[in-house]
Ligand binder design. Sequence first.
Ligand code: PMP
Length: 318
Amino acid sequence: MNSPQYAFFEGEIVPIAQAKVSVMTHALHYGTAAFGGLRGYWNSDQRQLYVFRPLDHFRRFRHSAGLILSEVLYNPEQLLDIVLELLEMEGYEQDIYVRPLVYKSYQGVGVKLHDMPTELTIFALPFGNYMGHDGGLSLTVSSWRRVDDNAIPARGKIAGAYVNSALAKTEAALDGYDDALVLDQNGHISEGSAANFFMIRNGVAITPPVYENLLEGITRRTCITLLTEELGVEVVERSIDRSEVYCAEEAFLCGTAVQVGAVTSVDHRKVGDGEIGPIVSCLSDLFYNIVRGRNEKYNHWLQPVYHGEPASKHHLTP
Ligand code: PMP
């Protein structure tokens, strides 16, 4: 099965073919939508599908919606229930990606955010690796700058702001790189096109702080916890200069799509010795075991889909 059969659309789960919007939809013209992105991991031994940190994702989803004056009428537990019902109907036995989207559904012309109806849709599709990164990722520093908080806030997933990410990603891809590092207006590293960034120097993990125009990533938070609590690696949140990355011992991108992706070169300079280093290697092993339900200590980050007890049993009313 390679495409979704169903979507949550206008208040109910319908066949995906019925989940359609008009060409006049406001969000289509002005990017007035906000979205989320969650992964579900299939564990074939346990025959279980685990959704990773769904309530954290839905909390951020609601904040993202709030940035564009859109209200999500369901709380995180109710959103999880919708996802569980959808996934049970899909019956996936493979890794998947869940996409919730709130959008301004007003059909007409006029640039604004207020006094317009908002709709919610959610669907889930099969999803493997986002970037092939077995041997490590090669990055370049983008010629595009990250949208500033006072232009379009990057801390939420606002649809229109993703043109910024797409410009950076496509420039990097057409130039032969896996992804880009995007600088903020002050010339510091903010993040990748759709993933947060960490580098290791002198054994310390360094990542830009959330006020430097980056998405408040759930995987970023996960990595901070695992680095400090499991690997005993100190994590410092501070600005990173472009040239400092050229001197890093190790580096990685992290996010729901890329997961934990070791970076082995930046602008044709090797990171460390150009191989995946020990800290990133341990972190990614830990991460991939946790998300697939192979580390009981972190089962509280996982929501089982099959035979699991939903948070509040399928109440779809707001
Ligand atoms: N930054 C951007 C711009 C992203 O789109 C994403 C993917 N959602 C991330 C970072 C990583 O965030 P998360 O770990 O919550 O998926």
